[in-house]
Design a protein around this ligand. Sequence first.
Ligand SMILES: Nc1nc2c(ncn2[C@@H]2O[C@H](COP(=O)(O)OP(=O)(O)OP(=O)(O)O)[C@@H](O)[C@H]2O)c(=O)[nH]1
Ligand SMILES: [Mg+2]
Length: 281
Amino acid sequence: MDKLVGLGEAGVNVIGEFAKYPQYQCYRIDEQLSGLKKDGFYCVDPQPTTEEYESTCPSFRNFLKGARPEITLVLSGCGKISGMSLALLEQVRDRKINVIYIRGGERRLSKRANLTERATFGVLQEYARSGLFQSFQIISNNSLKDILGKTPVIGYYDALNGLLVNTIHMINVFENSKPVVADYSPISDINRIVTYGFSRFGEKNEENLFFPLDNIRQKRYYFAINKKQLEVDGDINNKIDEYLNQPEQEEIDISYGIYPTNYEENFVYCKVYTNAIQDYK
Ligand SMILES: Nc1nc2c(ncn2[C@@H]2O[C@H](COP(=O)(O)OP(=O)(O)OP(=O)(O)O)[C@@H](O)[C@H]2O)c(=O)[nH]1
Ligand SMILES: [Mg+2]
């Protein structure tokens, strides 16, 4: 997951957070963007409606020609510019596609935004289920907000985007490094609807999902534990067992890896999967 495309303001902001790490190649598409195409900025003409964004979608073939063999599109479904998403995805359908879908609407959505979001969410999920996408990753701003607790108005989106991107990035890093212990079962090809979770490892076995995913089929935990503690602390093993054996999870295929870190605090990241279409809630 290293070629990322942000569509609309939320998408572009999230991409900006990924751009802080050297391993991601970032492409931004929005109105009022300053920056050159060759540097990954594509400024589109503003349109008054979702439909007009759809009908005027330009060709991104040249702009996105380096974004292969796999591409991850980040967007919020309630912005007007999300009207471009299907036309854009059509242009890159020769690649493996992931979508990170941000459910906005922490405050009341306008009627227009609500309709747009409902339609985009439904269509993209069906695409995911029919196998057109490798994954459809749902993130709810409300869930991120609850995890962060009280967040001031200024810097609010930066805080949300920081939590989201840090979690996805850490999981990417872990997936490319060697765990001290791991028992990973393969993710079934049909489980393409996904969300993430993040929590501190310790007292409470909370996992703080980024979207309240229904009918979870598979879960992967990534335990990020202080290296010294892994060497000397006998309790850690028991705590991890307890975490993995929560009784309400019996039906879920759970797997995990344990990774050494130099941080004082210990964290649990998770990625959860289902094949079940999610209600618009
Ligand atoms: N997580 C996150 N959500 C955001 C951010 N910016 C906006 N949003 C959410 O995304 C939703 C859509 O807003 P925008 O991203 O501004 O809309 P847009 O995609 O630019 O679409 P337009 O209507 O065409 O401007 C809003 O309801 C916000 O809740 C951001 O930086 N991070
Ligand atoms: Mg906008």
